[in-house]
Design a protein around this ligand. Structure first.
Ligand code: 3H9
Length: 686
């Protein structure tokens, strides 16, 4: 027997153990011996029952994603699940850790599923631009009902063992030695005698399905899919499970899976899956990470409060520091309110709320930061203020404490230099709201010690962040590229486009919203303040701000907002302002198509990304993708700007950038050396 799959037998109970670290993915070297072991046990009269379990930290976490896009080697997962259906003796999946995707589908091939109480079960294929292709769309509804299955499959979110038990997905939940209890459970089932009904033959839950309610739920999901194919295919497959005989629905699932797996969207999402994991890796083996217990946060404003919540949510005790008692109370009140909202929405239990609030210690005295292992400042974005804060930190922080700045733009080297311990200083650029947004740019300064970087990268993961290590430059990866993306916005308006036309080109591309809507949401005064600080102007946006049009918060910005509504309405006053400014500059309006809008906004985005790579600010092209998808809403189905550039055609991008560069003379259009090189070699390397 292979070392990836081992079978043992005692008193008629056969245990098949899959051992394929790290997550027991169903690679070919697992599928083949697993199939063979199951055939042998099916035909072995001494084996009365079969338990499928896994070694290591988890049950099977799915098909082996690295095998997608390559020729399929037999036996496929579907063959294994089908084989399980031919076994008359009881089969039991013993689930610990996570049973995901193909892993859950394997378990659905068994007669029974038992789970450790901490296990989680789900079909997350949709997050890879896929649908469950091993019979999950056809079997899961037979156990939990069509509507519950649709929710699980379209969201891709796993459920707890307890919820799975309540839904009918698992038969028993255990604490303690799972395998021993699974073996006992299997023995009891065998003794009870059959017949043992395979999931494929259990139709009672399907008979209850209300097709009209299902269709309404599916239509709602389709509206939210924003151009992604997989959620729609998932809904279609689950509907087939209700309306078609089992084998026909299974065959239809296969066809849908094959179409998705060979498509660009799934390729893009699989790229992101690996890119996120790659981005978090810090070169240098066996770096000794520092121990992080208490975390100090300086500043209890929106950003500081959000960061503090992110750490409390990760179960870290937090010291929250403010300059005065009043601002501290205000900050704490905001945190309490946020948690109360979560409880009222049902996303947080009352017990968890109390536990999290219990982790906070408020202070107005820097000396109280002396026991913190990591201190993050989230004060006003001003170099002099930051340097003053770091000077004070240097005086009170214990030796070895990590000191981080949450700056979005400022020079982290200069901040580090204001301390006597630059090796312990780095940037942690959170995105607002920091307790919700997943992205964290970890800014490596010139003298940041590798183990400090490794510690913070590891920590980011523990508080559920997607971390990307970036170098020091104005705006780091995200905001620097954002400037390039927005550089043409006003020119487009002056030349004849309207804000809603530009925004529509973005939403049609797959963004959740366009740049003008986004500006209104974030507040136009923020950019205005930044521009003034840097001596820059934006002819239309500055005028809007001078008129007190700051966006949604003032009811007027690039759009109008009827009382309290977030729905943007085109505003003739803004149109008139744009035309007046264009006339002042002697620009006659012309029709501008969506294609031109994309070329003048997203091609510079890719170009700036290439420059960032050239300068070593990002280590990999895929890091830029991770930043843009997780922090700025770049459509996941396009894999991030650098991946999308490959789909769009880098030669075409270079050619059009050259065209716009010749026409406007603006530097953002001058193709980066690396972009030209990619056009020739098809690779970002070098
Ligand atoms: C599927 O099942 C399709 C079927 O329906 C139909 C087939 C016909 N394959 O995330 P981690 C690697 S689609 C290959 O850091 P954690 C990962 O890249 C699949 N590799 O650990 C990383 O490698 P490295 C449906 C995989 O503890 C290492 O394992 N299933 C796979 O934070 C550790 O991963 C999913 O989508 C895989 N399936 O989280 C589940 N999974 O060390 C995907 C992981 O070299 N996986 N790797 O960077 C997960 O969600 C998380 O990995 C899991 C563990 C929650 C399991």
């Amino acid at each position: 027997m292979s070392s990836s799959v081992n079978a043992t037998s005692e008193n008629g109970v056969a245990v098949v153990t899959i051992d394929n670290p790290p997550v027991n993915a169903l690679s070919f070297h697992v599928r083949k011996p697993l199939y063979e072991a199951l055939i042998a046990l099916r035909d072995d009269p001494a084996a009365r029952v079969i338990v499928i379990a896994c070694a290591g930290r988890t049950f099977v976490a799915g098909a082996d994603i690295t095998e997608f896009g390559k020729p399929v080697e037999q036996p496929e997962l579907r063959a294994i699940v089908a084989l399980l259906g031919t076994i008359a003796k009881p089969t039991v999946a013993a689930i610990h850790g996570t049973a995901l995707g193909g892993g859950l589908e394997l378990a659905l091939g068994c007669h029974f599923r038992v789970a450790d109480s901490s296990a989680r079960l789900g079909l997350p294929e949709v997050k890879l631009g896929l649908l469950p292709g091993g019979g999950g769309t056809v079997r899961l509804p037979r156990l939990v009902g069509a509507e519950k299955a649709l929710g699980m499959i379209v969201s891709g979110t796993p459920i707890s063992a307890g919820e799975a038990k309540a839904a009918g997905l698992v038969d028993a939940v255990f604490d303690g030695d799972l395998l021993a209890q699974a073996v006992r459970f299997a023995g009891e089932m065998a003794s009870a005698g059959g017949p043992f009904v395979a999931v494929r033959d259990r139709n009672d839950r399907l008979a209850e399905a209300d097709l009209a309610a299902f269709d309404a739920q599916a239509a709602d999901l389709a509206r939210k899919a924003r151009g992604l194919e997989a959620p729609l295919a998932c809904a279609e497959a689950v509907r087939n499970a209700i309306t078609l005989p089992f084998d026909e629905a299974l065959a239809a699932e296969r066809q849908l899976f094959l179409k998705l797996v060979s498509g660009d969207q799934s390729r893009a999402q699989r790229h992101l899956f690996f890119a996120e994991r790659e981005a978090a890796k810090v070169p240098g083996k066996d770096l000794q990470k520092r121990k992080i217990g208490r975390v100090g946060i300086i500043g209890a404003g929106t950003m500081g409060g959000g960061i503090a919540m992110a750490f409390a949510n990760g179960c870290f005790p937090v010291t929250l520091l403010e300059t005065g008692e009043e601002s501290l109370q205000r900050g704490m009140a905001m945190i309490e309110k946020n948690y109360a909202v979560s409880v009222s929405r049902g996303s947080l239990s009352e017990e968890a709320r109390q536990q999290r609030l219990g982790l906070f210690k408020g202070s107005t005295d820097y000396a109280d930061l002396a026991d913190c292992d990591l201190i993050i400042e989230a004060v006003f974005e001003d170099m002099a203020v930051k340097k003053e804060v770091f000077g004070k930190l240097d005086a009170v922080a214990k030796p070895g404490a990590i000191l981080a700045t949450n700056t979005s733009y400022l020079d982290v080297n200069a901040i580090a230099a204001s301390t006597s311990r630059p090796q312990d200083v780095l940037g942690m650029h959170f995105f607002s709201p920091a307790n919700v947004m997943k992205l964290l740019e970890i800014v490596r300064a010139e003298r940041t010690a590798p183990e400090v970087l490794a510690t913070v990268t590891d920590l980011a993961r523990r508080i559920g962040k997607v971390a990307v290590v970036v170098g020091v430059c104005h705006g780091f990866v995200g905001n620097r590229v954002l400037s390039a993306r927005g550089a043409e916005n006003e020119f487009l308006l002056l030349e004849g486009a309207s804000p809603s036309q530009v925004d529509k080109a973005f939403t049609d591309f797959g963004w959740p919203m366009g740049p003008f809507q986004m500006g209104d949401l974030a507040g136009l005064d923020i950019g205005w303040r930044n521009r003034k600080a840097r001596g820059l102007t934006a002819v239309i946006a500055d005028t809007l701000c001078e008129q007190g049009r700051f966006g949604q918060k003032t009811g007027r910005g690039w759009y109008r907002y009827e009382s309290g509504s977030r729905e943007p309405v085109a505003d003739p006053e803004v149109e008139a302002l744009i035309r007046a400014k264009a006339a002042e500059q002697g620009i006659a309006p012309r029709a501008i198509g969506a294609g031109e809008i994309i070329e003048r906004t997203l091609y510079p985005l890719v170009n700036e990304g290439a420059k960032i790579l050239e300068e070593g600010i990002a280590a990999r092209a895929s890091d830029i993708d991770v930043v843009w998808v997780n922090g700025y809403g770049f459509p996941v189905g396009k894999g991030g700007p650098m991946f999308w550039a490959g789909l769009e055609g880098v030669s075409k991008i270079v050619e059009r950038l050259e065209y716009w560069h010749a026409k406007t003379g603006r530097a953002i259009f001058e193709p980066a050396r690396l972009l030209r090189r990619f056009a020739e070699t098809g690779s970002w390397e070098g």
